[in-house]
Design a binder for this molecule. Structure first.
Ligand SMILES: Cc1cc2nc3c(=O)[nH]c(=O)nc-3n(C[C@H](O)[C@H](O)[C@H](O)COP(=O)(O)OP(=O)(O)OC[C@H]3O[C@@H](n4cnc5c(N)ncnc54)[C@H](O)[C@@H]3O)c2cc1C
Length: 289
């Protein structure tokens, strides 16, 4: 088996192309299983810009090899894409967060991947390039094919970066999860939201829960219900009911009964919306002073 640490995008793509499907890219390697090891691995972590965090014209750009630890401690992400910082902070343990990456979390396509759930709520896009030199930009939510299977073929395509519209005045986001332990534990349910508050009412809500389907799942009916409503106790009660009615979950030996998970979906949906709307209001106050 060979292992190439690519120092340029061209070198990585040429190696993948010449390997004819027998090499695949790797970042932190925390999601590679011995049984699936390919003939060769192409390590992307030394590519220029692989771990970049930058903002220009209201758009945050994150290198696909950015580790969860770096994302969770970035002042820019904490203040302008808070849900992602919280999602990354919930992952695994410090050892995992220090090496595992955003790109790997998305391409691995686990339905309840914590960073990916936050990215979908934030409306993030992925920028990809393939061995034929073609590049494409896709919404992260469109990269899921079936359970644990991504639309990114890592033997011929590289996820280069993720972009997120920065949360501005009147906007806020949040992530939360419920798990049996605080570290190294699969979430029974996780949830993330991005909201805009205008004149005291919700506008443009994105509410995502997982794992209820093969991909992080937007609760479109609950989102629509919230349009024009005020963030208040009565609203949280309505959200709790609407969110748990909107999803159909299965009992899981790994997680818990369908009934309990259904209840959790409602509770976490209300909780994450409340946190996001409090941030949106703080943001309105800070910018408006
Ligand atoms: C002990 C443990 C605990 C964990 N806990 C959690 C948790 O709580 N929450 C959670 O969400 N995840 C968890 N994970 C899963 C894992 O750490 C994350 O999904 C991580 O983000 C994967 O990133 P990576 O860089 O290690 O990916 P890798 O293992 O390097 O790659 C994963 C897959 O993505 C492909 N890939 C990686 N980068 C790219 C790229 N840029 N372009 C194209 N393809 C790419 C690879 O070919 C591979 O198929 C845990 C894992 C372990 C081992």
């Amino acid at each position: 088996m060979s292992y190439l640490v690519a120092t340029s995008l061209e070198e990585a793509l040429t190696y993948l192309r010449d390997s004819g499907g027998r090499a695949r890219v790797v970042a932190g390697a925390t999601d590679l299983y011995l049984k699936d090891l390919p003939h060769s691995l192409v390590d992307l972590s030394a590519l220029p810009g692989a771990s970049v965090i930058e903002e220009a014209d209201g758009l945050i750009t994150l290198g696909a090899c950015l580790t969860h630890a770096s994302a969770a401690s970035s002042i820019l992400i904490l203040s302008r894409a808070t849900a992602l910082a919280e999602g990354c902070m919930a992952i695994g343990s410090p050892q995992i967060r220090n090496i595992a990456t955003l790109g790997g979390n998305v391409v691995n396509a686990a339905p309840a991947a914590d960073a990916a759930v936050a990215l979908v709520a934030l409306g993030a896009s992925a920028v990809l390039v393939d061995t034929g030199g073609r590049s494409r930009e896709e919404a992260v939510e469109d990269l899921y094919v079936i359970f644990n299977r991504s639309a990114v073929d890592s033997t011929s395509e590289i996820l280069l970066k993720l972009t997120i519209k920065s949360c501005g005045t009147g906007e806020g986001s949040a992530f939360t999860r419920f798990a049996p332990r605080r570290a190294l534990s699969l979430p029974l349910v996780n949830a993330a939201a991005r909201v805009r508050i205008e004149n005291g009412c919700f506008r443009e809500v994105r509410l995502v829960v997982a794992p209820v389907k093969p991909a992080p799942t937007r609760l479109l009916q609950t989102e629509a219900m919230l349009e024009g409503m005020a963030p208040c106790e009565e609203t949280w009660r309505l959200v709790e009911r609407a969110a748990s009615e909107e999803v159909e979950v299965r009992s899981s030996l790994l997680r818990c009964s369908a009934r309990y998970r259904n209840h959790l979906v409602g509770v976490l949906a209300a909780r994450v919306l409340q946190a996001a709307s409090e941030r949106a209001r703080e943001e309105e106050g800070v910018d408006g002073r």
